[in-house]
Design a protein around this ligand. Structure first.
Ligand code: OXD
Ligand code: MN
Length: 583
């Protein structure tokens, strides 16, 4: 048996005394254990079988209809000083936070098995990785953690060696939204989540640890924990550039990370390193290197098909847990945009009614091990990560934001990231399609005050002169009739190629107050059904619109008060003045 650190055993005992489970299971992470957990989940209906011939080892989980997305209004960062959490987080004093959830945890696991899930975020032997232990009463969570993280004995051994770990306590409770809280105690490296079984709230290694707690820890240790995919873009001559891209939830990070070059781009290859989270460290030579702390994908299903994301479509034909998709009469999973089959049962398990809303929930998900991805990069396991050529920020904006532009330098890039705005999506409970500021796509995930976070980002210029170049993209521009102007999906490679050409110093750009924009003809549009006028509107800067945008960014930044870094304010003022001059 792998040695269990004393402090961990003690904590497990304390939690068990408080939550009173029927029994305790320490997860080893073995394949046999996984098979047993799945068999038990099938027996108690947590998982439902899908057609095992067409979808081998694929299962369906249907959650409580009130529990299908992240709950930002119930997510708290509990720091001693309220200002450390910042206006970007809901805050509770640590004592009050503990008291609130501890009362709900009392006896919460009665009659249930308590799973102790040791996990490692990042390759087991990477100096950049960090470990945690999730205690949960959800078998679904234990099963998903095996797919999403390096889970079990190997992680336990690393915890023993590291001497520290993030503690995450989770119970599905009674699933009552009134008794649902996702609490973070970054000063104690602790998470307590109750009342939800949904991935982002319950798989604590993901958003809670790898973003909220890790971002807090990263600040004091000099690195960055970001809501970014990581891809390797290999050119026909065999050079590979690594790019990290921050897009808000459900804005196509998985599609971009798994892009398959269209026939029009012969010789290009895309390697996936991560689809959601990147931990960024400066190496000894000043390069910013990225690791993906996860080892699986928890991706949005609707819209995935042979054309939009062929690798993802193939990847989820086997060994996949589907959550809240629909089913066909012959037991195949079905979702809007699948392009084959007909739904017979909807995501609530009811007979499908075409007038009763979508068959699959818009935030239905697949969970799958990253090794299932035909484009998984070997370097995803590299302990030192991959050096980044570019960082790309983006949002979902029907207007204003051009297809792509480049920041003048790192400081300007930090402003570009801080000013990101995007339409809300089904990934969290609330209205969909409302434009809100989502700095660095981290609005729901930054575990401390954004003002301090921007200061931390800015500080990297003092530590390295080899930082990646920073860009901004928007795949989601529409015309007056609501049609997308840019085809997106695999064709986004054309934009990545422009980004790489810029980084290699191969091409010029048009200098504008908001940054460098592509010159006509520099983005390859050959073979696309897109005319020069559309390209012109995708790459033009609307000076008046941007003047208003800068005013709105200014107001937003000022809401952070005195903690706002002066350098960021100056950068905004400089661009606002240039826009005023240009108008
Ligand atoms: C996710 C999210 O699940 O951002 O990745 O909501
Ligand atoms: Mn995400």
């Amino acid at each position: 048996m792998t040695r269990r650190p004393k402090s961990l055993e003690q904590w497990v005992e304390e939690v068990a005394a408080h939550t009173r489970p029927r029994n305790i299971h320490w997860c080893t992470g073995s394949d046999e254990e996984f098979d047993t957990l799945v068999a038990q989940a099938l027996a108690d209906d947590t998982l439902r079988p899908l057609d095992q011939e067409r979808y081998p080892d694929c299962y369906l989980h249907l959650s409580d209809p009130s529990d299908v997305a992240r709950v930002e209004h119930l997510t708290f960062v509990c720091t001693t000083d309220r200002d450390d959490a910042g206006p970007n987080n809901h805050w509770m004093a640590p004592d009050a936070g503990h008291a609130k959830v501890d009362a709900l945890f009392a006896g919460a696991m009665q009659g249930r098995t308590m799973y102790v899930v040791p996990y490692c975020m990042g390759p087991i032997d990477s100096p950049y990785s960090r470990c945690g232990v999730e205690i949960t009463d959800s078998r679904y969570v234990a099963i998903n953690m095996k797919l999403m993280t390096r889970m079990g004995d190997a992680a336990l051994r690393r915890i023993e060696a590291d001497g520290s770990f993030v503690r995450g306590l989770h119970s599905t409770g009674d699933l009552d939204p009134e008794r649902r809280f996702i609490m973070h105690f970054p000063e104690e490296m602790m998470i307590k989540s109750i009342g939800s079984g949904y991935g982002g709230n319950a798989l604590l290694g993901k958003k809670c640890h790898a973003l909220r707690i890790a971002s807090y820890q990263a600040r004091s240790e000099g690195w960055l924990a970001e809501h970014m995919l990581i891809v390797g873009v290999e050119s026909p001559t065999g050079d590979t550039h690594y790019i990290a891209c921050a897009l808000p939830s459900a804005c196509g990070k998985t599609n971009l990370a798994m892009l398959v070059p269209p026939a029009s781009q012969p010789g290009w290859k895309i390697w996936t390193l991560g689809d959601d989270i990147a931990w960024l460290h400066l190496d000894d030579s000043g390069r910013l290197c990225a690791i993906n702390p996860e080892s699986g994908y928890f991706g949005v299903v609707p819209g995935t098909n042979e054309d939009s994301n062929p690798n993802a479509y193939r990847m989820i034909q086997h060994d996949t847990i589907f959550t809240n998709v629909a089913r066909t009469d012959d037991g195949e999973p079905w979702w809007e945009g699948k392009a084959v089959g007909e739904p017979a049962f909807d995501w609530r398990g009811r007979r499908y009614d075409p007038n009763g809303g979508p068959a699959a929930h818009p935030n239905s998900r697949f969970t799958v091990a990253a090794s299932n991805n035909p484009g998984y990069s070997e370097l995803a396991e590299a302990p030192g990560g991959v050096p980044l050529t570019a960082i790309v920020f983006g949002g979902r904006r029907r207007e204003l934001a051009p297809l792509v532009f480049e920041a003048r330098d790192w400081r300007h890039g930090v402003l570009v990231g801080a000013g990101v705005a995007s339409e809300t999506t089904a990934a969290m409970i609330g209205e969909v399609g409302v434009v809100r500021r989502d700095p660095m796509a981290m609005k729901p995930f930054c575990g401390y005050n954004f003002a301090d976070y921007w200061a931390h980002w800015l500080s990297f210029t003092e530590r390295s002169d080899r930082l990646p170049r920073i860009f901004h993209v928007n795949w989601f521009r529409r015309d007056a009739e609501g049609r997308f102007l840019w085809p997106g999906f695999g064709e986004n490679l054309r934009v990545l190629r422009w980004i790489i050409d810029r980084c290699e110093g191969k091409i010029g750009a048009t200098e504008t107050p908001i940054g460098y924009l592509p010159k006509p003809g520099d983005i390859d549009t050959e073979g696309l059904d897109i005319d020069a006028q559309t390209m012109e509107s995708l790459t033009a800067v609307d000076i008046d619109g941007w003047s208003q945008e800068m005013a709105s960014i200014g107001e937003y930044l000022e809401s952070y008060g005195e903690r706002l870094p002066a350098a960021l304010r100056r950068e905004r003022d400089r661009i606002a003045a240039q826009l005023a001059e240009a108008s």
